[in-house]
Write a protein that binds this ligand. Structure first.
Ligand code: ZN
Length: 457
């Protein structure tokens, strides 16, 4: 009797320690686009166990584990979860931007929207409140049901120059302050260090001086962290590459990149992490061309839609100081992306969505289309957004569909490697093997039946 009680107590303790046993999931008969860059493989299957890929291979060799849930995906296409390596979260309510909106609820809501768009991991570029470290810790303790977050905490801004958001980032004025600020971010547990080198078309009095960026990059490397820079100008890009910066969060946008920069980037292994083409493209419109596309507007509130379609907003954007410059900026960014990729520079995909007017999830899909416009094949773009991006953000368990990787997956109805616009045909999204709601089941701020469907009905 006593033994039985003890046994029961032991079992109870064990069940408290062990995670709930989850049956294996089998996906079968799909075309595999595995994120490594190899060609799509029709007739594939995979087994998910404990949130990870346990096996992947030809459906003909599949051995279904006892008790597994089997999902037939005939005619569908499976890729790793998409990654957006340049975002900002928690800053915007409808279309208004204010750091005061930053809360656990607003951040998690946005991470849920990313996941709904098949974006299962994001890297936030230097505009997070410290709350992000709790959110990230919770995600890493148990597998999340929202996009996984990687953060730079508060990025480094030079006093009087461009960067950060008001009320959050504390500008630095000298090398000692810069090094101390890096140490502070490292102590918080950041995944990398972000710095801004820009003066907003010369509107601001200065850009971060070379000795400050050098100190920041050195200090980041001392802690074995990557240093990622916001750039605009070719001359700053050259200086930063010479200083050992790990990646650029934007394209060079003032003039064409030259041979000297391309050679230096290749020699140093500097990545063109994000081209942010959708960012530049968005600034060329008074009224975004996809406001009535359900793939876009299912994720925005009626209040945001009303603002975006208002005559007042269109007048305001048309009157903005640099509005007329952006078609040229976009063209330069597209051409520089094309040149860098042709030269063999390492690249990823990032949209810089999250500040006002640049929308969660949709903008990554737009970015993929613009990368194709810049000259990549759809397969190269998909590889950049999955396998390449995982390497660039330092996520060893993500980015490809291979044994032992986390089962973050997107299932599409139509082939995204044939036409990149087919990334809109999201059928299902898995995070650590668990199915989460897609954009086609979301209807932000409205009753579920008030949103348009897949074919725009
Ligand atoms: Zn940004």
């Amino acid at each position: 009797m006593q033994f039985a009680v003890r046994l029961a107590a032991t079992l109870l303790a064990l069940t408290a320690i062990l995670p709930a046993v989850q049956a294996a999931t089998v996906l079968r008969d799909f075309t595999l686009i595995d994120g490594t860059g190899r060609n799509p493989v029709p007739g594939s299957a995979l087994i998910v166990d404990g949130g990870r890929i346990a096996w992947v291979g030809p459906a003909t060799q599949l051995r279904i584990p006892a008790g597994a849930d089997v999902v037939d995906l005939k005619g569908k296409f499976v890729t790793p979860g998409l990654i957006d390596n340049h975002v900002h979260v928690g800053l915007v309510r409808d279309v208004a931007q204010d750091i005061e909106f930053y809360s656990r609820e607003s951040v998690e809501q946005q991470l849920r929207t990313y996941a709904a768009y098949g974006v299962t991991a994001v890297q936030v570029l230097g505009t997070d409140k410290d709350l992000i470290f709790e959110i990230r810790a919770d995600q890493r303790k148990a597998q999340p049901e929202t996009a996984r977050v990687y953060t730079a905490g508060q990025g480094l801004v030079f006093k009087g120059s461009y960067g950060g958001v008001p009320g959050l980032n504390q500008p630095v004025a000298n090398e000692a302050e810069a090094r101390r600020a890096v140490d502070e971010q490292v102590a918080k547990g950041v995944d990398f260090i972000k710095l801004w080198v820009d003066d907003e078309f010369g509107d601001l009095p200065s850009r971060m001086p070379a000795e400050i960026s050098k100190a920041i990059i050195e200090q980041a490397h001392k802690h074995r962290l990557r240093a990622i820079a916001h750039i605009f100008y070719l001359d700053n890009a050259k200086t930063l590459v010479a200083q050992g910066v790990d990646g650029f969060a934007h394209s060079v946008r003032d003039q064409p990149v030259d041979r000297a920069l391309l050679d230096a980037m290749k020699k140093q292994g500097t990545a063109q992490m994000a081209a942010t083409l959708s960012r530049e493209a968005s600034f060329t419109y008074k009224k975004l061309p996809f406001l009535d596309d359900p793939f876009f507007n299912r994720s925005i509130t009626p209040a945001a839609y009303a603002t975006l379609t208002s005559a007042e907003r269109q007048q305001k954007l048309a009157a903005a100081k640099h509005f007329a410059q952006y078609p040229g900026v976009l063209e330069t960014a597209l051409n520089n992306t094309r040149r860098e990729i042709a030269a063999g520079v390492t690249y990823g995909v990032g949209s810089d969505s999250g500040p006002t007017g640049r929308f969660t999830g949709y903008f990554l899909h737009w970015e993929l289309q613009l990368m194709v416009q810049a000259g990549l094949t759809p397969l190269q773009v998909l590889t950049a957004a999955t396998g390449n991006n995982a390497k660039l953000i330092g996520a060893k368990d993500l980015g490809t569909i291979e044994p032992r990787k986390l089962a973050d997956l997107v299932v599409f109805d139509a082939d995204p490697s044939a036409d990149i616009r087919n990334t809109r045909t999201i059928h299902s999204v898995y995070i650590a093997g668990k199915s989460v709601p897609t954009i086609w089941s979301i209807c932000a701020g409205r009753a579920p039946n008030e949103c348009g469907g897949k074919n725009g009905e």
